[in-house]
Ligand binder design. Structure first.
Ligand SMILES: Nc1ncnc2c1ncn2[C@@H]1O[C@H](COP(=O)(O)OP(=O)(O)O)[C@@H](O)[C@H]1O
Ligand SMILES: [Mg+2]
Length: 359
């Protein structure tokens, strides 16, 4: 099951998981491989080290999540879209999905990008023979025949994308009800689900339109970089078009700031700009730039299982909590607790924090 992930991963490093020889940033139960020197002369007592506290908070969050978080009355279908590549769509889809599942929800990730990065990150086989979203869209195969359970995360499922999907954009053009094939497949899927997260390709073609017709909520990840808002107008116009003609329920419900680098003035300026533009839709939690987040997919894992105590893991857990609470109408909850410890949380107040893994 992990073969693709291994191919994609750094072949030079045979030891899965955080490397013990690196500076100690996360708490894991990994035993270092023989021969690796991990001695630290005066190790700080775990409880007093910031990372020790973070890990304890993560464990507490993981343990208590199920009872803390309300589940939606109906399945929430969230379309993770932004036609720019590399802004964190896939990373956000898989880590939010895992966070929601760890919070006790049943979650399906639909990988709608022919690259299949979400499938890889979830450790799901997606070579060209695997039944996939392509078969669902083009051959009307039932979704239930392509969905696979995600290893290691209970309650998390994935409908994988194979490279075949690259041709679907063109093949769909001549098919009946070409914009609503994903919606029909989802409606016919009978398994109970709390959330469906759809990872879109970096374009506004028929695949993304199928997602926008199938969902009610659009989640836009925005990278905290220069030009962050450029091109968003086009996405928003497409959302309006689909709402006007094909799906009146559709709305932008959630904006998530990603790759927030607390050391730079630019990141906080971008965060301020996005907040003044979008207001309430922007989650209070930002996702910090984190080496752990970017390493996890090459091991076929989300950051939640790869390094649960890392700031990236904690921030996705917290973003998931916000999304779950907003879903039941709680928007001004008390953010004491986990979020107070996150770099990048409440970005406008925290301009000088260092992102994890960059010291
Ligand atoms: N918070 C983060 N910190 C560090 N790297 C990140 C973070 N989020 C995403 N990345 C990395 O940025 C790249 C692009 O992210 P990805 O989620 O694939 O974007 P998209 O799906 O929008 O193209 C990937 O290499 C990913 O590992
Ligand atoms: Mg992607």
């Amino acid at each position: 099951m992990r073969s693709d992930a291994n191919i994609a991963g750094p072949m030079a490093d045979p030891v899965p998981g955080p490397r013990a020889a690196e500076p100690y940033r996360g708490v894991t139960s990994e035993t270092p491989p023989p021969g690796v020197d991990v001695s630290r002369e005066t190790p700080a007592p775990l409880d007093n080290a910031p990372i020790g506290r973070a890990a304890q908070i993560a464990v507490a969050a993981l343990g208590q999540a199920a009872e803390n978080l309300p589940r939606p009355e109906q399945t929430r279908v969230m379309v993770v879209a932004n036609q720019k590549g590399g802004v964190g769509k896939t990373t956000t889809t898989v880590n939010l999905a895992a966070s929601l599942a760890l919070h006790g929800a049943r979650v399906l990730v639909i990988d709608l990008d022919p690259q299949g990065n979400a499938s890889t990150a979830l450790g799901i086989d997606h070579h060209s023979e695997v039944p996939s979203v392509y078969d669902v869209l083009v051959d009307s195969k039932p979704l239930s025949e392509v969905v696979q359970p995600v290893p290691d995360v209970e309650g998390l499922f994935c409908a994988p994308a194979t490279i075949d999907l690259a041709g679907a954009e063109i093949e769909l053009v001549s098919l009946v009800a070409r914009e609503s094939r994903l919606e029909r497949a989802i409606q016919a899927y009978e398994q109970p689900l709390d959330y469906i997260l759809i990872d879109c390709p970096p374009s506004l073609g028929l695949l993304t339109v199928n997602a926008l017709v199938a969902g009610a909520e659009v989640l836009i990840p925005i990278q905290c970089e220069y030009y962050a808002l450029e091109g968003l107008g086009q996405l928003l116009r497409n959302v309006e078009l689909v709402r006007g003609h094909l799906n009146p329920r559709l709305h932008v419900s959630t904006i998530l700031l990603t790759m927030y680098d607390g050391r730079t003035r630019l990141a906080s300026q971008v965060a301020d700009e996005v907040r003044s533009h979008f207001g309430n839709e922007v989650l209070r939690t930002c996702i910090p730039r984190s080496v752990r987040i970017s390493e996890a997919p090459s091991y076929g894992q989300t950051v939640l299982t790869y390094d649960p105590g890392s700031s990236g893991s904690l921030s996705y857990l917290e973003a998931a909590r916000e999304i779950a609470l907003r879903g039941v109408g709680v928007t001004h909850e008390d953010h004491e607790g986990v979020s107070a410890h996150l770099p990048g949380a409440n970005a406008q107040h925290e301009q000088h924090g260092r992102p994890e893994g960059t010291q």
